[in-house]
Unconditional design. Structure first.
Ligand code: FDA
Length: 570
């Protein structure tokens, strides 16, 4: 036993935290503790089912946080889901395995970070254990480029066990050809435009969800140097006695165990926060790291003045378009189409490019105002310029349109706007860790985001109304032509979208990896600015959205972080 002292304490045994726990404990000379608020869900059928997306929602493994009323969307608040379990949000998510556009990862380097697509690709591969499609899966549309993938990594990735037949992928191929959208052999190679039958984090032969615990923890749980504390909720970081000559250094963490008693663990080396983008910034604040004005309001002694903790919160929005259907397919493969700015806006693209460009100064003003004045205007403007360039110069995909195979009389197409500019924030509302936080994603703060989602849902409608798919989806039920007529103006679409959208649960950037002067909280070594040994490794650090879904990139980033942390202590 190590009593209560470890080299590394990892706060949060989720998607990112378990990658770190695994890789750091590979070295038998390093001791590692994982402190996880939730329990093991190894045998929980709401988790293990590879076709049961949504079953875990509203159960005790779903935090179901509430946002503040959303000022730009009818003052309604949103449910912000996240997983409370060993494995974190990977135990309740949609299992989509899709990475990013090359330029979105290269944008890290534009902010001074030593991360590029080429360097991260090694870690995408290191994490991944792709299960090659069977002959039948290949016939039903599963394709990949072998040189983009890893086959030996811990994270099992594959195509659904029961894929949809009836030539449905051929139907879509002809439909998208008519829309001018090509087949993409492998959207995980950094170029996402086109349509594809995407892989997921599931094990096709066992027909089980693959989550972070199944991939990175359970097969390694026997390691003597890796200790797991379940049902243990970290309240705050504890600090070494302050000296004037060195940076503040964490001594460990204080946590509440299952009985509610407060306990402490001590760290020889680092405390690493991997509690997710809606918790890690709050732990920093409760530990005295953040905006002194906010901390003092709740009686917390400021330790490190870092006003951007909890700022820069970004999330995408999503919704569902519905039809009747005269085709009843079985199987669970979904079909994803990714569209860029030209696919969505056609001849209007140039006008939009100029509109966005000329709006950036005013948008930066608005973002600064909504941050309570903490954001640096020049920096926000620079971030918006980079985002503009990704959208209009690099032509990253901005829209995701996901067709579900029609069954039982109905068809459904989900749509996502992928590159919103809006920025909100998250802060504590009390020194007490069990009090709900103030979480404001600020959806639709900036007008581009409305245009992007309107353009995206119109693409979904166009998709449903293009033959041959059209022949199987006779009547639109949602929104319905009575609610949003053909050729409805943007305002009519916007009103419907704002009353029906939901969070895409892709919250990022609340402890962003970028220079401190630009609003960053960590450097590319994941160290919190101004601290000797506190790091953040989770979705909080992503400075920009990625057009894929988050876990593929988070697993890769955590793999990289493990190497960086090992090297720092070598
Ligand atoms: P993650 O949430 O995984 O881990 C944080 C861990 O910290 C949790 O285990 C939590 O219990 C623990 N914790 C929190 N507070 C603590 C405390 N005080 N003390 C101790 N432990 C604490 N992505 C994707 O790639 N494909 C998809 O299909 C989807 N679909 C999807 C659906 C839904 C419903 C959601 C909510 C999200 C998705 N996502 C997704 C997003 C993706 O799953 C998500 O971004 C990542 O799993 C987040 O990983 P992190 O490591 O940042 O945190």
């Amino acid at each position: 036993s190590y009593a209560n002292r470890y080299d590394f304490i990892i706060v949060g045994g989720g998607t990112s935290g378990l990658v770190l726990a695994n890789r750091l404990s590979e070295d038998p000379n390093l001791t590692v503790a994982v402190v996880e608020a939730g329990d093991s869900v190894f045998g929980n059928p709401n988790v293990t089912s590879s076709t049961g997306y949504g079953l875990a929602f509203g159960t005790d493994i779903d935090y179901a946080f509430q946002s503040t009323p959303q000022e730009h969307a009818g003052n309604k608040s949103q449910i912000l889901r996240a997983g409370k379990a060993l494995g974190g949000t990977s135990t309740i998510n949609g299992m989509v395995y899709l990475r990013a556009e090359t330029s979105q990862i290269d944008a890290f380097a534009k902010l001074g970070n030593n991360i590029s697509w080429d360097s991260l690709l090694l870690y995408y591969k290191k994490a991944e254990g792709l299960q090659r499609p069977t002959e039948i899966q290949s016939q039903l549309g599963a394709t990949y480029e072998a040189n983009q993938h890893g086959f030996e990594g811990p994270l099992t990735v594959g195509w659904p066990t029961e894929m949809v037949g009836n030539n449905f992928s051929q139907t879509l191929n002809t439909t998208y050809a008519a829309m001018g959208l090509p087949w993409n052999e492998d959207p995980n190679g950094g170029h996402m435009r086109g349509w594809n039958v995407y892989p997921q984090t599931s094990d096709p032969s066992a027909n089980l969800r693959e989550d972070a615990a199944r991939a990175y923890y359970f097969p390694f749980s026997g390691r003597a140097n890796l200790h797991l504390y379940l049902n243990s909720s970290v309240q705050r970081i504890t600090w070494e006695a302050q000296s004037n000559t060195t940076l503040p250094s964490a001594s460990g963490v204080a946590y509440k165990d299952a009985s509610g008693a407060e306990e402490q663990l001590l760290a020889n080396k680092d405390v690493i926060l991997s509690a997710g983008s809606l918790v890690s910034p709050l732990i920093l604040e409760r530990s005295g790291v953040g905006n002194p004005a906010i901390l003092k309001q709740f009686g917390i002694e400021p330790k490190i003045d870092l006003p951007n903790v909890g700022e820069n919160l970004q999330d995408q929005t999503t919704g569902s378009y519905g039809t009747t259907a005269n085709l009843n397919l079985t199987g669970t493969s979904d079909y994803v189409a990714y569209l860029n700015i030209h696919d969505i806006f056609g001849d209007d693209t140039e006008q939009l490019r100029e509109h966005v460009q000329s709006s950036i100064p005013a948008w930066a003003d608005e973002a600064v105002a909504d941050s309570g004045g903490t954001a640096n205007r020049t920096a926000i403007q620079q971030l918006f310029e980079i985002q503009h360039s990704m959208i209009f110069d690099d032509e990253v995909v901005i829209s995701e349109v996901l067709v579900k195979a029609p069954s039982e009389g109905s068809g459904s197409i989900s749509y996502w706007g992928l590159m919103p500019f809006s920025r909100g924030n998250i802060h504590i509302s009390s020194a007490n860790a069990s009090a709900p936080a103030y979480i404001n994603p600020n959806y639709f703060q900036l007008d581009y985001d409305v245009s992007q989602l309107v353009g995206t849902v119109k693409a979904a409608r166009r998709n449903a109304n293009t033959a041959p798919l059209k022949n199987f989806l006779p009547t639109e039920t949602s929104p319905g032509l009575d609610v949003v007529p053909a050729n409805a103006p943007k305002e009519v679409w916007a009103e419907w979208l704002k009353s029906t959208y939901r969070s895409n649960f892709h919250y990022i950037s609340t402890a962003a990896m970028m220079p401190k002067e630009m609003g960053g909280v960590v450097g590319d070594d994941h160290l919190v600015y101004g601290s000797a040994n506190v790091r953040v490794v989770d979705a909080s650090v992503l400075p920009f959205q990625v057009s894929g879904h988050l876990t593929a990139t988070l697993y890769a980033l955590a793999e990289r972080a493990a190497d960086v942390i090992k090297a720092a202590h070598a």
